[in-house]
Write a new protein. Sequence first.
Length: 359
Amino acid sequence: MLNSRAGKLVFADGSVYHGDLLGAENAVGEVVFTTGMSGYQEVLTDPSYCGQIIVMTYPMIGNYGVSDFFNQSRKSFARGYVVEQLCEQPNNWRMQETIASFLNKQGLTCLYNVDTRAITRKIRNHGVLKGVIVGEEVSQAEIERLLATPEEHGQVVEVTTPEKYSLGLENTGKHVAVLDLGIKQNILQVLLDFNCKLTVFPATATFEEILASSPDGIFLSNGPGDPKDLPFVIAMVKKLIGQKPIFGICLGHQMLALALGADTYKLKFGHRGINHPVIDLELDKVFISSQNHGYAVTEESLVGLPLQITHLSVNDRTIEGFKHTQLPIFSVQYHPEAAPGPDGHEYLFERFLKNMGEK
């Protein structure tokens, strides 16, 4: 049996959802939902969830346990976790521990035995809201104090690598400078699988430091938060334009748009899950994608810029990709490396290699 107590999720508008609480600490953050039916460990260790309370729409979580093999970063940067059923008896040949054990080790507060579908409907109808996970015994005054804490900004500085490092030195392919805005490990692995040598830079790296590594191309990674919170990164990316081929994903896609003169805005409840349909307008083909973002590129802001929309969301027609019409620069809003999520997006990495001159 889990060592839990009565708890609740309280939204900033006063709505309350009751359940059982695992973890000693209160959790406060923006409450978001993700629609994946699997991949809960990759979700928990995706740095793009930094500062957020994650609600899983799929009812049973933890049924195949947890294994270090699936971790996407050095730790979980989420603030809290909300699920309907927390599986206590998982079964999988790779399993090293239960999801409850993992949550305890990560210091993540979890509310379970709660109606996650009702919470999801709440967010879909009203948009993302700030919330707190607390024990039933916590006073209303303390809840209001927690809800009044300032919103988080600049989460990228929290999740980025503290220092530069190299990978794949034995590879014989192109050298890629990777700007780590909160990168997932499997993205690095895909680049290595394409025989690339990688130099991974922290988000605070300068234009001079990146070019001094003599890369063949530049990769701008995924990451958390509002892209406009990082003007120093936008200014640095602006300098990189025209220097080398560039491929951006997720937050990197948004940073690239801002650096090229476009604009971004916050979505009502974001796109998070591993089953989001995206149409590639050039191939006239729909792909199922993995997504995790709360911001998008404003379509009207592309007017007059040398940018062409290449991908759109089938669900709401928001921009999911663009390319520069004169330079070897392109980006997509979703996560093409399938961790978690479907594959079939390798062609994007192949396009990046082609732009760098790789056959």
